[in-house]
Design a protein. Structure first.
Length: 534
C-alpha cells in the first residue's frame, strides 16, 4: 500500500483534535471556522435540483460502468454547475450528498477529489482542507495501487491528468504554506507538528514512482520507441487505460517535482523514454502537453542549453497559438494561458543569451509582450533578467519540515536561491550579445578596437571575453532521442578566429529570408497551375 497508517486521523467533515473547541482560537481563525460551519449547515438545507440530478447521474454511470458519458459529465456539466452555483462558495460536503449515492466509497473519494480541487481553485483552503485533501488522495491511490488485480474503473484522460497535476500542485502549495511560520497561530503550528507525514515529499514521490512501476509505462514507451508492440510490454495493469495514463502522467509529474526541487538533470532523466512530438497520443491532453514543454524548456535553460530551450518553447507556443481561440470551462484554461505568458518571458531571456532566428509570428508576439525588456537585457540589465526570471520560473519548494520554533517565513528562499544561481551565470556572460553585435558589423576587427568598444583598458581582458564568448556559445544540442543527449555544437550565427591581434569573422549560418520562402511558394503554385492547364 502507498501509506498504511494514514487513517489514524479524523475523517472528512470532522474537526481534528487540534481544532477542538476547548482550545483558545485567535479571532481570525475562530471567525473562519464559524463561517465554514455555517456554510456547511446551509448546504444541508438545500442542494439545487440541477446539482442533485448531476450527482445522481454521475453515480449511476459509475455504478453501471457506463464510462462513455464520463467525459461530458466531467468536462462540461461539472464546470457548468460550478460557474452557475459555486463560483464563490463550496460544493456540498461529501457527508451531505452521501445519502444520494448510498454512501458509495469510491464515488465519495472521486467527489472529494473534485470538491477539494474546487476549494483550491476558487476559494482559500484552511488547514483542515489541506489535511483532508491529502488523506483523500491517499485513499484514492490506495484504491488503485493496493489490489492484486486491476480495478474496474475508467476515467477520462483529462481527469486522470488533472488528478496527478492537482496532487503535485497541492503538495507544492502545502510546502509553501508550511514555510510561512511567522503567519501561523499556535493551533495551526500544533497541527503541523503533530502530522509531519502530511504531504511528505517521500510519500508524494512514492505515489508517482509506484504508478509508473505498476503500469510498466517506461517499458511500453521503450518498446514503442524501438518499433515494438506496446501491448506486449504492458502487462496486466499496463494494458488498462487507467493505469497506463496515470503511469505516463506520473512521468510528467516527476519531471515537474524534480524541477521544483532544483534537480534539472534528474528531471530530464525521467523523460528518457518519452518522445516529444505532436504525434504522441499521450500529449493530446493540452494541459499535459503545455506542462511537459514548459518544464523541459525550463530545465534546459537552467542547464545552459539555451538553443534547446528555444526550440522547446517555440514549439509549444506555436501549438498554443493555434488553439488559443478555443474557450474552455476547465480550470486548466487559465493556467495554460498563464504558462504561455511565462514561456514568452523565458523565450526572451534565452534569445538574449543565445540569439537565434525564430518564426515570424512567435517573434512578433514576443516583441509585443517583452520588447522593452528584451532591449534592456541585450544591454546587460541584470535587474530585468531577475524580474523576468522571478515572474516566469516555477514556484520552487523546500520539502523539508521547517523549524516551527523560529518565527520566520522562508517560502521564498528556494526561489531566491535559484534566481541567484541563474543571475550569477548571466553575470558571467552578459557581454556575449554585445560582442556579437560588434562582430556582426565586420569581416576583420582589430582586438584593440574591440577593447575600446567595450571600454577595456587591456587587450588581455578583451581576449578573455572572446574566449568566454566561444565557451558560452558552444552548447550541447538535442537532435532527438533521450533529452539528456546531444552533441556539442556552436549555437551562434557568428564564428571567428584570432590571428595575432586581428579578429577574423564569418557568418557560420545561412539565415533564411521570408522573401525567399514566398518566392519558393509562388513558384510551386505557378507549376501547379501549369500542370492543371496541361
Amino acid at each position: 500500500m502507498f501509506y498504511e497508517d494514514i487513517n489514524d486521523t479524523a475523517k472528512d467533515g470532522e474537526i481534528p483534535a487540534a481544532y477542538s473547541q476547548d482550545d483558545e482560537f485567535d479571532e481570525d481563525f475562530q471567525e473562519e471556522l464559524v463561517q465554514y460551519k455555517q456554510q456547511q449547515q446551509q448546504q444541508e438545507v438545500k442542494i439545487p435540483p440541477d446539482v442533485k440530478k448531476f450527482i445522481s447521474n454521475f453515480y449511476k454511470n459509475l455504478v453501471e460502468h457506463n464510462y462513455h458519458d464520463f467525459n461530458s459529465i466531467y468536462e462540461y456539466y461539472y464546470n457548468k454547475l460550478t460557474e452557475q452555483y459555486y463560483q464563490k462558495q463550496r460544493w456540498p460536503e461529501a457527508e451531505v450528498i452521501a445519502p444520494l449515492v448510498n454512501n458509495d466509497v469510491l464515488f465519495l473519494i472521486l467527489y472529494k477529489e473534485l470538491y477539494y480541487r474546487h476549494v483550491y481553485a476558487k476559494l482559500t483552503p484552511i488547514i483542515n482542507d489541506r489535511f483532508n485533501s491529502y488523506l483523500n488522495y491517499c485513499d484514492l491511490f490506495n484504491y488503485i495501487l493496493a489490489p492484486e488485480k486491476p480495478v474496474d474503473l475508467e476515467l477520462p484522460n483529462q481527469w486522470l491528468w488533472d488528478i496527478i497535476d492537482e496532487f503535485i500542485y497541492q503538495f507544492q502549495s502545502f510546502c509553501q504554506y508550511r514555510s510561512k511560520v511567522k503567519s501561523k497561530n499556535e493551533i495551526e503550528l500544533k497541527s503541523l507538528r503533530e502530522r509531519p507525514d502530511i504531504w511528505n515529499v517521500h510519500n508524494v514521490l512514492n505515489v508517482l514512482y509506484s504508478l509508473i512501476q505498476k503500469s510498466n509505462i517506461n517499458e511500453q514507451l521503450l518498446v514503442t520507441k524501438n518499433g515494438g508492440d506496446m501491448i506486449e510490454a504492458a502487462g496486466e495493469f499496463g494494458s488498462k487505460q487507467l493505469y497506463k495514463m496515470l503511469g505516463y502522467f506520473s512521468i510528467i509529474g516527476l519531471l515537474r517535482v524534480h524541477c521544483l526541487l532544483g534537480d534539472y538533470s534528474l528531471a530530464l532523466k525521467m523523460m528518457e523514454n518519452v518522445e516529444l512530438h505532436n504525434g504522441n497520443i499521450f500529449l493530446r491532453v493540452t494541459a499535459c502537453q503545455v506542462t511537459t514543454y514548459y518544464y523541459v524548456g525550463f530545465a534546459y535553460m537552467m542547464m545552459r542549453r539555451y538553443s534547446d530551450a528555444i526550440k522547446v518553447f517555440t514549439s509549444i507556443i506555436h501549438s498554443i497559438n493555434r488553439t488559443k481561440n478555443y474557450k474552455s470551462l476547465s480550470y486548466q484554461y487559465e493556467a495554460t494561458n498563464k504558462k504561455s505568458e511565462q514561456m514568452y518571458a523565458l523565450l526572451a531571456i534565452c534569445i538574449t543569451l543565445c540569439p537565434t532566428g525564430i518564426d515570424e509570428e512567435t517573434h512578433s508576439h514576443m516583441i509585443e509582450k517583452y520588447g522593452e525588456q528584451l532591449s534592456k537585457m541585450q544591454k546587460g540589465d541584470l535587474k530585468v533578467f531577475e524580474e523576468l526570471f522571478t515572474y516566469a520560473c516555477p514556484k520552487f519548494i523546500n520539502p523539508a519540515v521547517p523549524n516551527y520554533d523560529i518565527m520566520e517565513n522562508t517560502q521564498m528562499k528556494p526561489t531566491l536561491h535559484q534566481c541567484k544561481i541563474f543571475i550569477e551565470e548571466i553575470n558571467n556572460q552578459y557581454l556575449v550579445p554585445t560582442i556579437r553585435s560588434y562582430l556582426k558589423l565586420y569581416k576583420t576587427l582589430d582586438i584593440q578596437k574591440l577593447g575600446e568598444f567595450l571600454d577595456y583598458d587591456s587587450i588581455e581582458k578583451c581576449k578573455n571575453q572572446l574566449i568566454l564568448f566561444k565557451h558560452k556559445t558552444y552548447q550541447r544540442k538535442w537532435e532527438g532521442g533521450d533529452l539528456m543527449s546531444g552533441e556539442y555544437t556552436q549555437t551562434t550565427d557568428i564564428d571567428f578566429y584570432l590571428k595575432q591581434d586581428m579578429i577574423h569573422i564569418k557568418d557560420s549560418k545561412k539565415v533564411s529570408r521570408v522573401s525567399d520562402l514566398y518566392i519558393k511558394q509562388i513558384n510551386k503554385l505557378e507549376d501547379m497551375i501549369t500542370n492543371i492547364k496541361k
